[in-house]
Design a binder for this molecule. Structure first.
Ligand code: SAM
Length: 219
């Protein structure tokens, strides 16, 4: 396998390096987890340490010898050190359960199903989830008490822009009520929102029970 597998895919879907650069700058994340990555290597252009997971045979073959991915990411990297790249083959609903808990700063969920639910345990307290709503995963994160919305990402005129303003206007369904988790799973696709964003950043919330019996968040 050569780096052509990765570059052909990036040429095909469009280069989202700037998305990951904006997210890396905002979050300070260094270690990312990308379930359902397929051949999208661009997170490694922005983040020094990325674990990719996918069940697809083509992705498994492309990552089998990581030197091609490391060499390509090394040429495009926006950070000083050599890229660290790991690939975990198989179904992420199973493989994520076998990875260490609370080890990653950022989980990436783009067009690959309900990643938010399976990746939550692997995120550090205060870790981040980058998610779009293609497979309803932004809606699932909205309903999940493990996360709270922290930013919206817009893609306009070829630029990614992140906003933390008036977050309450996001993820409100055009038609109320918002579907339940079970309904979103059954539909397998997201609902329309009044203020749609290209992607959303959520934060992993850890509730800590303190002596005054109030729930407090760790960030
Ligand atoms: C449409 S592609 C998106 C690839 C990439 N996230 C992107 O945005 O370019 C979806 C990928 O998710 C993978 N996928 C979906 N469900 C999966 C699962 N349960 N376990 C592992 N991989 C999965 C598929 O194999 C496929 O490669």
């Amino acid at each position: 396998m050569t780096s052509r597998d990765f570059t052909d895919y990036i040429d095909h879907i469009g280069d989202r390096t700037d998305l990951f650069l904006v997210v890396a700058a905002h979050t300070g994340a260094r270690r990312a987890l990308y379930p359902g990555s397929y051949l999208d290597l661009t997170p490694s252009y922005a983040l020094p340490d990325v674990t990719y997971l996918d069940s697809d045979a083509r992705a498994r073959k492309a990552f089998a010898d990581p030197s091609a991915a490391v060499e390509l990411a090394g040429r495009h990297r926006h950070y000083p050190q050599d890229p660290a790249i790991t690939f975990v083959p198989g179904d992420y609903t199973r493989t994520l359960r076998e990875l260490p808990a609370a080890e990653w700063d950022l989980a990436i969920s783009l067009y690959a199903g309900p990643v938010s639910e399976h990746a939550a345990r692997c995120l550090n307290p205060g870790g981040w989830l980058l998610v779009n709503n293609s497979h309803a995963d932004a809606g699932l994160a909205r309903l999940n008490p493990a996360y709270r919305l922290a930013a919206a990402v817009h893609h306009r005129a070829g630029r990614y822009r992140l906003t933390t303003d008036r977050l309450e206007r996001y993820l409100l369904p055009k038609t109320s009520p918002h579907p339940t988790r079970e309904q979103l799973h059954a539909m397998g696709r997201g609902v329309a929102y009044t203020h749609p964003a290209t992607a959303y950043l959520f934060r992993r919330v850890t509730h800590v029970q303190r002596h005054d019996d109030q729930d407090h968040e760790w960030h």
